[in-house]
Design a protein around this ligand. Structure first.
Ligand SMILES: NC(=O)c1ccc[n+]([C@@H]2O[C@H](COP(=O)([O-])OP(=O)(O)OC[C@H]3O[C@@H](n4cnc5c(N)ncnc54)[C@H](OP(=O)(O)O)[C@@H]3O)[C@@H](O)[C@H]2O)c1
Length: 271
């Protein structure tokens, strides 16, 4: 049987909390040997700590774990991370922070020997996440296996070839769920503008987005083939796609611009 992983998680907000819940429900981590640090822990986190018996906000002194996972806001990292330098010396450090480079993490933690980057996304909370991963050569095969097991507990994993590509992962899948949520909002607004009741339009748009997501998850056809299956020649979908994807390729152009803006911002956040 594979050994459970002991983890120290720094930051149990939206992303860190989703990962923690995924690990606990999948049995990936050993809660009794793990610790979570989040100074203003809310009632739900306190309840989770009591139920699973992991240490919540212990002194970092003397903590020894397999993996130290960093999930605070990048803007807070430089002031927060030094307190965890001693843990980082013997642990595999995994940062899920957008735009915080290996070099900057190394500086904040006193240059620990093994640091990797992971870029998960929020559907991890439902086991439906996808995480892009990068580890330099200082992380050996065992370390990569630990990283993969931790992140695969909340969805798919995709290894990339360079640290720079983590910014591109952030632009596609890290931020990506927000693009689909915005599309759902926009579709509901369009339905209401046509004359549907607002609530009916919202329910139709939301169920359509989740239905399309379920097809993407379960149907082996490519997105393009599934799009064609919805589109009757000369029909209603073709009329709509003429606007979204006609000669101007409006949506594809906009998506390229949006992803480029996200990648640029990730690079700006990088020290
Ligand atoms: N949200 C996403 O979809 C997503 C996806 C991929 C990657 N990420 C990355 O994940 C990181 C966290 O983002 P988030 O959206 O989860 O933000 P968040 O909800 O604000 O979570 C950050 C958590 O860290 C806590 N914190 C603050 N100071 C701390 C300290 N000294 N020690 C330990 N914890 C501390 C915060 O507590 P307070 O709220 O009390 O300050 C908060 O609970 C970011 O670096 C982001 O780039 C996020």
């Amino acid at each position: 049987m594979t050994k459970e992983i002991s983890v120290a998680l720094v930051g149990a907000g939206a992303m860190g909390g989703a990962l923690l819940r995924g690990w606990l429900s999948a049995g990936t981590i050993d809660p009794a040997a793990s610790a979570v640090f989040d100074p203003a822990a809310d009632a739900a986190l306190k309840k989770l700590a009591r139920r699973h018996d992991f240490a919540l906000n212990p002194s970092p002194e003397g903590i020894s774990v397999d993996a130290l996972v960093l999930a605070v806001k990048p803007q807070a990292a430089a002031s927060v991370l030094p307190a965890y330098a001693a843990i980082a010396r013997s642990a595999l450090v995994i940062s899920v922070m957008a735009g915080m480079s290996l070099a900057a993490i190394g500086r904040a933690l006193g240059d620990p020997p093994r640091v990797a980057r992971a870029m998960p996304n929020l559907p991890a909370a439902f086991g439906a996440g996808v995480t892009g991963l990068y580890a330099p050569a200082t992380v050996n095969a065992h370390g990569r296996d630990v990283i993969d097991r931790l992140m695969a507990a909340t969805g798919e994993t995709v290894w990339v070839r360079s640290e720079e590509e983590i910014d591109f992962v952030t632009a596609v899948s890290g931020s990506g769920p927000a693009y689909f949520f915005l599309l759902t909002e926009a579709l509901a607004e369009a339905g209401a503008a046509l004359g549907l009741e607002k609530e009916a339009a919202q329910r139709l748009a939301r169920a359509t987005a989740s239905g399309a997501g379920a097809m993407l998850a379960a149907d082996p056809r490519s997105p393009a083939d599934m799009r064609k299956a919805v589109t009757s020649p000369g029909g209603t979908t073709a009329a709509a796609l003429g606007v979204l994807d006609g000669d101007a390729k409006a949506l594809r152009r906009l998506m390229k611009e949006a992803a480029a803006a996200a990648a640029k911002r990730a690079a700006e956040l990088t020290e």
